[in-house]
Ligand binder design. Structure first.
Ligand code: IMP
Length: 439
């Protein structure tokens, strides 16, 4: 009956999708609890005709496993147009998408074109405001404005889709209200309320069969012994409260968010699995103490020729890259209560003569193992690096710790030592089976 929670321990893009897919083999239900189509999860499965790559933004990655039921929890914000596109794409790849397999919380909130227009207009205004902190670098998917409407108690909940005509009227009202801000505040063109209403009426007809009381469903299934995986999106450092504010997303992708975003009680909690890359990346603006530049960064990022190179799954933006930051990782493990770590992309480090690891920060002549004032203001801190020897061997075929070269094992052991959390899995390639099991 446990709820195992998979969280990102960095700034997102840690590889949670492929970890969810792997662990879903032993689960009955996989549930998303926060965020929207700002997330991009990739699962690679090899078959007789070569690798099949599944890219998911809204549907839980666990759906790639045929026995799994997927839940979109009420902590999410859902763009119905994107969800329908994703459903069609997955069906095309042979995945069954039906109301029996996919359940959408009636209390999730809907994203509309008005939210997207506001997100982009606000980013442009922030970028132009010389006195402000600059833009956030959002994904432009309307996430922030949709959560703003939710907290302002004027949001459009998915339950409105049960009455398509009523949803159409509500969406038209929302577009008219937003047009005022778009035109008067941001100098942007207005949207057509009638067109948006017609589109949402059609989406509602397609999606209403998927609506469910997902909190009750999950409670009943957990009580009956089901194993549920809560699939985090984004990462701890993008959490609205716990991240590098204001350069964060507008939801709670941390483990606490899973209970709120699914309506499941904490007493069901099982393992809390923290996923981190073997190095550090970030998309969008905001502090990044261990950021690398020039050739070093390019080496970690890759050229973009491979699907696993460091370019956004959702926006295609090149990710900022750098060295693993153990100060931030320790913080993430603490606030989530992580019980085990999954280390991804160890193979990307193969071939480097040395690898750097940020063990502590330094500021004003003092060394800090922990963040003295949280993660929002990292500007005063300089990373204190340990330099470890690299390895030249190809590790992509490793399946046990003993298969890894000694220098790679030493790197993993040092991470365990500096975090106090055991590493249970290490990914050494994009394919589902390319995992080292550490037990
Ligand atoms: P938003 O979530 O689109 O509002 O973007 C806010 C910040 O979160 C920006 O820095 C985005 O780049 C970042 N972000 C949102 N979703 C993801 C994700 O799935 N991976 C990595 N960064 C993300």
């Amino acid at each position: 009956m446990p709820l195992h929670i998979i969280i990102g321990a960095q700034w997102g893009d840690e590889g949670k999708g492929r970890v969810t897919d792997l662990l879903a083999a032993q689960a009955d239900i996989v549930a998303r609890y926060s965020g929207g189509d700002n997330a991009g999860h990739t699962v690679t499965v090899s078959g007789p005709d070569g690798p099949r790559i599944f890219r998911l933004h809204l549907l839980p990655s666990g759906l790639v496993q045929p026995h799994v039921t997927g839940v979109l929890g009420h902590g999410m914000v859902i763009n119905p147009a994107r969800l329908l596109e994703e459903m069609t794409a997955l069906r095309g790849l042979g995945i069954e998408i039906s109301p029996a397999r996919v359940k959408i919380s009636a209390a999730a909130h809907l994203i509309t074109p008005a939210h997207i227009a506001l997100d982009r207009a606000d980013e442009a205004a922030r970028a132009a405001d010389a006195a402000g902190e600059g833009k956030i670098g959002t994904t432009g998917r309307g996430i922030g404005p949709a959560y703003t409407d939710k907290t302002a108690r004027r949001g459009l909940r998915a339950e409105l889709m049960a009455d398509a005509e009523r949803l159409g009227d509500r969406v038209a009202d929302q577009v008219r209200a937003t047009n005022h801000s778009l035109e008067k505040l941001y100098g942007q063109p207005a949207l057509d309320p009638a067109q948006v209403a017609a589109d949402y009426t059609a989406y509602a007809r397609d999606l209403s069969p998927y609506l469910a009381e997902t909190s009750l469903y999950l409670h009943q299934r957990l009580s009956a012994g089901a194993v549920v995986l809560a699939e985090g999106a984004q990462g701890t450092l993008l959490d609205l409260d716990l991240g590098t504010y204001p350069f964060v997303t507008s939801s709670s992708p941390t483990s606490g968010g899973a209970f709120v975003g699914l309506g499941v009680a904490p007493r069901f909690a099982g393992r809390i699995i923290g996923v981190t890359k073997a190095f550090q990346t970030r998309v969008g603006e905001g502090p990044f103490p261990t950021e690398a530049f020039g050739e070093e960064a390019q080496r970690l990022r890759g050229t973009g020729a491979n699907p696993w190179d460091e370019f956004g799954t959702t926006t295609g933006r090149p990710r900022r890259c750098g060295w693993l930051d153990l100060v931030l990782l320790r913080y993430a493990l603490r606030v989530n209560g992580v019980t085990e770590l999954v280390l991804t992309k160890l193979d990307v480090l193969s071939g480097l003569s040395t690898i750097r690891l940020c063990a502590a920060y330094q500021a004003a002549g003092q060394t800090h193992d922990e963040l003295p004032s949280g993660p929002a203001d990292l500007a005063p801190f300089q990373p204190v690096y340990e330099t470890m020897p690299g390895w030249s061997e190809d590790v992509s075929g490793a399946r046990t710790l003993a298969d890894l070269p000694p220098a790679a094992r030493a790197y993993v052991a040092r991470i365990e030592e500096l975090t106090g959390v055991p590493v249970s899995l290490i990914s050494v390639g994009a394919e589902r089976s390319q995992m080292v099991r550490c037990d």
